[in-house]
Design a protein around this ligand. Structure first.
Ligand code: PEP
Length: 248
């Protein structure tokens, strides 16, 4: 059985004070949530304070991005060691905003995945098609490429989570139907089974992301290949994120 993971991507929202307050509220609200995993991914300058705020709680901490070099003259970048040093266990990699706003490609994302693993961070590899790619019937082709290239030279998948996030559903209020999510996520699992093994694919958590809200999480989580959610907008308020965490 795959354990559910509900993850928050705070993107470039909140600040030290509001982020810490939200983290404290979530730590308190989720004290009794034992049967699923919870991850929050604040912007880098908030990580230290949020880490302190969730100390002793069940919530895990993740970065939103990371560079693939150990250290050096890389102005503006964040290293794996920096994330680990403030208590991160996870890192989002290949988020659609990194791919489409900042031009990250599969090769760069793969380097980050490999370096994160080598450093002891668990990557959440985000994949998903653009609206025009879906309309052209290329969803599977795009997602296949992103999964295969993103995981190139990755030996074992135990530390990896994949998040399927159709780009047209992120921040738009347009959620993929549970059936759409299931179809693509089953395909992702089959892709992983083809590269690795059925056993490994069966143990891989695949999250859905894209306008997840308290009123649509139940339908999504009812599908066999949806193992959790990556939540943007609705993770910025303690009540709505808690309602998503407590989908049943
Ligand atoms: C995201 O940022 O990964 C995301 C899914 O955002 P939203 O929930 O706002 O669509």
């Amino acid at each position: 059985m795959r354990r559910a993971l509900i993850a928050a991507n705070w993107k470039m929202f909140l600040n030290r004070e509001s982020g810490t307050q939200l983290a404290m509220a979530l730590a308190k609200k989720t004290a009794d949530v034992e049967d699923r995993d919870i991850l929050i991914c604040p912007a880098a300058p908030l990580l230290s304070d949020v880490s302190a705020a969730i100390q002793g709680s069940r919530i895990q901490l993740g970065g939103q991005n990371m560079y693939f070099e150990k250290e050096g003259a890389f102005t503006g970048e964040v290293s794996a060691d920096m994330l680990l040093s403030v208590g991160c266990t996870h890192v989002l990699l290949g988020h659609s905003e990194r791919r489409h706003v900042f031009g990250e490609d599969d090769t760069l994302i793969n380097k980050k995945v490999l370096f994160a693993l080598e450093s002891g961070l668990k990557p959440v590899l985000c994949v998903g098609e653009l609206l025009e790619e879906r309309e052209a019937g290329n969803t599977e082709k795009v997602v296949h490429r992103q999964v295969v290239k993103g995981l190139e030279n990755v030996d074992a998948l135990a530390q990896i989570t994949i998040a399927y996030e159709p780009v047209w559903a992120i921040g738009t209020g347009k959620t993929a139907t549970p059936e759409d999510a299931e179809t693509v996520q089953a395909y992702i699992r089959k892709t992983v089974a083809d590269i690795y093994s059925t056993d490994i694919a069966d143990n891989l958590r695949i999250l859905y992301g894209g306008s997840v809200k308290p009123d649509n999480i139940g339908g999504l989580m009812a599908k066999g290949n949806v193992d959790g959610a990556l939540v943007g907008g609705a993770s910025l308020k303690a009540d709505s994120f808690y309602d998503i965490i407590r989908f049943t």
